[in-house]
Design a protein around this ligand. Structure first.
Ligand SMILES: Nc1ncnc2c1ncn2[C@@H]1O[C@H](COP(=O)(O)OP(=O)(O)OP(=O)(O)O)[C@@H](O)[C@H]1O
Length: 249
């Protein structure tokens, strides 16, 4: 792997409570473009904590997180927010769509915040992403008019809005039935395999984890195994438009 898209180097996160809580301990992890990585482990093993650290939503107590080779430790919170907006798409177990907005307007939110495209371009791009995710007939609906699986696909579409090279998903299929889970899995798999994005997903679903390129298993905040099922994708492959690096501005 040349420069990993996201890297944790010796990352430890301790919550400074009266009795300090060790969430993540001495984690080294490097993920390259096009990799589809499962983070697994028992409940309370630190999976979500690690994902939030990789997504610079939280900061390590010691060690460092690098995005596209850039150290994030010394960045201001504004710089981190800008980096997240452009460089990282998040998908959570619960979709967190805005109920008063239409599906297409929910997908447009990150693009409007970024302010790089015109209103017409935003509308066209939102429609393209939703069409790709099989939601062309639902764009003008409100989230409440959709099934759980459709809503989660809208959440994935929103995560893709600014074409980030990194997608972080926390139990993305945790509240879905098996058919809807399969659809979301296929989409995440395509985002990695076809678009060349790095996709890291926390999951309790061992069957799904087995089908990913790589499985990182945590116990008590430590990585106890890191198994690659498929060889690393050659770095020349894939990265689609905007996926080659994370712009810092
Ligand atoms: N704010 C907090 N205060 C106290 N303990 C916390 C806090 N946040 C997390 N923890 C504890 O830290 C540990 C790791 O939590 P984390 O949510 O990362 O685990 P997880 O593997 O994602 O769990 P799950 O599979 O149940 O979602 C757990 O034991 C959790 O209870």
């Amino acid at each position: 792997m040349s420069v990993p898209l996201v890297e944790a180097r010796g990352v430890t996160r301790i919550l400074p409570l009266t009795v300090p809580v060790r969430l993540v301990e001495d984690v080294d992890l490097a993920v390259g473009p096009g990799e589809l990585v499962a983070i697994t482990g028992p409940s309370g093993s630190g999976k979500s904590s690690l994902l939030y650290l990789l997504g610079i939503l939280d900061a390590p107590t010691s060690g460092e997180i690098l995005l596209n080779g850039e150290k994030t430790h010394a960045m201001t919170s504004d710089q981190r927010a800008a980096l997240r907006l452009r460089g990282i798409g998040f998908v959570f177990q619960f979709h967190f769509l805005l109920p008063e907005f239409s599906v297409i307007d929910n997908v447009a939110i990150p693009m409007r915040r970024l302010g790089a495209l015109s209103g017409r371009e935003i509308e066209a791009r939102s429609a393209d992403i939703l069409t790709r995710l099989g939601l062309a007939d639902h764009m003008r609906k409100r989230p409440e008019q959709l099934s759980g699986g459709q809503r989660q696909r809208v959440a994935v579409a929103r995560a893709l809005a600014n074409d980030p090279p990194l997608i972080l998903a926390d139990e993305p299929t945790g509240s879905l039935d098996s058919a809807a889970s399969e659809q979301v899995f296929e989409i995440l798999s395509d985002i990695a395999g076809q678009d060349g994005k790095s996709v890291i997903a926390v999951t309790h679903d061992t069957d799904m984890a087995e089908r990913m390129d790589r499985r990182v298993h945590l116990i008590d905040g430590r990585i106890v195994s890191d198994e690659r099922r498929r060889p690393e994708r050659p770095t020349g492959r894939a990265p689609g438009p905007g996926a080659a690096g994370i712009p810092l501005e």
